[in-house]
Design a protein around this ligand. Structure first.
Ligand SMILES: Nc1ncnc2c1ncn2[C@@H]1O[C@H](COP(=O)(O)OP(=O)(O)OP(=O)(O)O)[C@@H](O)[C@H]1O
Length: 444
């Protein structure tokens, strides 16, 4: 099995692209196949080297590796040879219509209640007319002559599919400036690279019909290539995702501190009835089943993904977290805070609570209570039993209980209403800091 993931380096990868990359990677691992990373960078105006680098970095972050990397810009000679082959077979024909002429023709056909597809006017040109156009300084663009038969395939996700080629304009494969269009390069690459399975988004279904025709014209056997088109992923509100407008980018998630295992686990299970399980592709390949992926479109629910992230952090060992924790963080600190984190980066806030500064809260009317708290503060050394000993003593002295007893203390000591268990935090903050914060709260 030989697969490819073929993004255009025109922006930062988003979660929709990631789903496709992950499914390709899962299949490659599962079937001991090869995955090729192919940068579809024929759009020279929009493609940028930093986006190409970003794609590699994001994929690595997701735990995806590839057998080789290819860039379409390096392969123009191959496309030129393939175009010659099609010209010789009479399947790639020159056209001279300008944009305005084509627009006019489309409008005319619409007025006549005909589908607004290209009328193959140029196909009727004689050699003499062609020579004259060239003499007059015109440069042709080249269209592929689509066949009459509908193209059918058994899609790995969508089931039986067909594209009626007679309802589509003959596609331009070579522009007047000699550059090649993505549709064409894609087929030449798939054929020459021996791709056996194409797994991509549903936005390519019509392309598939056209590409199968070109594939065959170039000598490929359409029976030897399989397709699976996954429904497009949308934003939570159903809005479309696009690299060009920077939607839900992996880069941002990486910066925000999302764990790749949470994102991969969430995307690998999306649209299936399986319970998501966190992990990288190599961990999840065994349980993945492409036939279980639903045909209906799926929404990216950040809350569900974050729930996975949270679960993952709660179970993460200190050793695994260590490199990304603030300098000086100890296993006791990690065990105290990990259950309260949505993202690992938030550990920094709790590190400030135990080892740095907090913004002192205003605790109106709590002066007397906090003075008493200071007076009953147990002597060092402190451990996880200190909190209950202290609050027991305070309860006796003030007759407060429940929230009235605990909340002012939590606020004065952490600056937050909620957070990790105080019994764990207290010894980490330490007697000196606790006393200092209580004094500050009393005088505020
Ligand atoms: N919303 C989406 N959901 C699932 N797959 C998608 C989505 N958008 C793109 N893909 C797939 O991602 C792969 C890479 O495609 P491509 O680089 O063209 O992405 P794109 O987001 O459509 O880019 P652009 O916004 O630059 O057109 C293709 O297989 C494509 O089908």
């Amino acid at each position: 099995m030989k697969l490819r993931f073929a993004p255009s380096p025109t922006g930062w990868l988003h979660v929709g692209n990631a789903r496709i990359a992950i499914v390709n990677a899962l299949l490659a691992i599962q079937r001991k196949g090869q995955l090729i990373l192919r940068l579809d960078d024929t759009d020279t105006e929009r493609s940028r080297p930093e986006f190409a680098q970003g794609i590699e970095d994001d994929l690595r972050w997701l735990g995806i590796s590839w057998h080789s990397i290819q860039r379409q810009q390096d392969r123009t000679e191959r496309y030129a040879l393939a175009a010659e082959k099609l010209k010789k077979a009479g399947l790639l024909y020159p056209c001279f219509e300008t944009e305005e002429e084509l627009k006019f023709k489309r409008e005319q056909r619409l007025r006549q209640n005909k589908p607004p597809i290209y009328d193959r006017g140029s196909l009727k040109m004689t050699q003499e007319q062609f020579d004259r156009a060239i003499e007059n300084g015109k440069t042709p663009h080249w269209r592929f002559k689509l066949g009459q038969r509908p193209r059918r395939w058994d899609d790995g996700v969508l089931g039986e599919r067909q594209v009626k080629l007679t309802a589509i304009s003959d596609p331009v494969l070579v522009r007047a400036d000699g550059s090649y269009l993505y549709t064409f390069c894609s087929v030449v690459d798939d054929l020459e690279m021996g791709i056996t399975h194409i797994v991509r988004g549903e936005d390519h279904v019509t392309n598939t019909g056209v590409q199968l025709d070109i594939y065959e014209a170039l000598g490929g056997d359409p029976e030897r290539i399989g397709f699976a088109h996954l429904p497009l992923l949308t934003e939570a509100d159903g809005g479309p995702l696009s690299k060009r407008i920077g939607s839900l980018s992996l880069r941002q998630m990486r910066k925000d501190g999302v764990e790749p295992q949470a994102l991969v686990g969430y995307l690998a299970a999306l649209g299936t009835s399986q319970d998501p399980m966190p992990g990288l592709p190599v961990d999840l390949a065994k349980r993945f089943d492409i036939l279980a992926v639903s045909k209906s479109s799926a929404r990216f629910d950040a809350r569900q993904m974050l729930m996975m992230n949270k679960k993952l952090l709660h179970a993460m060992s200190f050793e695994d977290a260590r490199a990304r924790l603030p300098e000086g963080a100890t296993p006791e600190f990690w065990h105290a805070v990990r259950g309260n984190l949505d993202m690992l980066a938030e550990a920094r806030l709790w590190w400030d609570v135990v080892a740095g500064r907090i913004a002192p809260p205003l605790l109106e009317g709590e002066g007397e209570f906090l003075k008493m708290a200071l007076a009953t503060l147990p002597a060092a050394p402190w451990d996880t039993a200190t909190w209950s000993a202290w609050t027991e003593a305070l309860r006796g002295a003030t007759e407060r209980k429940g929230k009235a007893l605990f909340l002012p203390l939590r606020l004065a000591l952490t600056g937050e209403e909620h957070g990790p268990d105080m019994k764990e935090l207290l010894p980490l903050i330490g007697r000196e800091r606790v006393a200092e914060r209580l004094k500050l709260a009393v005088s505020a």
